[in-house]
Design a binder for this molecule. Sequence first.
Ligand SMILES: C[S@@+](CC[C@H](N)C(=O)[O-])C[C@H]1O[C@@H](n2cnc3c(N)ncnc32)[C@H](O)[C@@H]1O
Length: 216
Amino acid sequence: MEAEFWHERWGKGEIGFHKSRPNPLLSRWWPALGLPEGATVWVPLCGKSLDMAWLRQRGHPVLGIELARSALESFAAEQQLQLGWRQQGEFAISEGEGYCLYCGDFFGLQTEDVASVKGIYDRAALIALPEKMRHRYVAHMRHILPPGWQLLLITLDYPQQQRPGPPFSVPDAEVRSLFAGCRIELLDEQDVLDDHAVFREQGMTQLQERVYRIST
Ligand SMILES: C[S@@+](CC[C@H](N)C(=O)[O-])C[C@H]1O[C@@H](n2cnc3c(N)ncnc32)[C@H](O)[C@@H]1O
């Protein structure tokens, strides 16, 4: 998905991926990472996710990256945060109250931008991207992160021919191939088709949601 696609989604308010509550899988499984308060958490392709506020409330400095400036502005307004903006190279950065939210392209991030990251939370980020871009996304993430990171990853898996993405299907085998060489633990796996009536109407017959802890 190119930048224009996402700018259009945000512009038209077509943001069905945005949830009005923190993700229950985050609260259930985040403790499995055992990250202490104060450990910086990176939320790639963050949108205006309330999961960032949940992580912040648990004492984590939150680093976000998002293409749409309006998403970051909405997040600050809805959370009643006083965040200032500054420019750093190609990025506009919204900062304050434990948040550092980059506005720009994930693929433009460099090692120094994520030097403090200990944990990563990926919900609707990897699965928002088509297959080739998913490979670039994970390769770039692995390339710039400092050693010792841990990732909580949530995926969806369904017969891809039954509907176009996003969200895209990312089968277990693909996760294992993308993160080859890392420690990969499957924490949770649920059949969630009943929770997605629209997907069922579109002809989907099977939908698995998985949660992984991936670490180096
Ligand atoms: C499916 S949404 C998920 C947002 C968020 N993770 C959530 O759970 O609500 C994917 C987000 O990634 C952003 N995005 C897509 N490609 C991006 C890129 N290359 N760099 C930064 N953000 C990107 C989009 O604007 C969109 O807000």
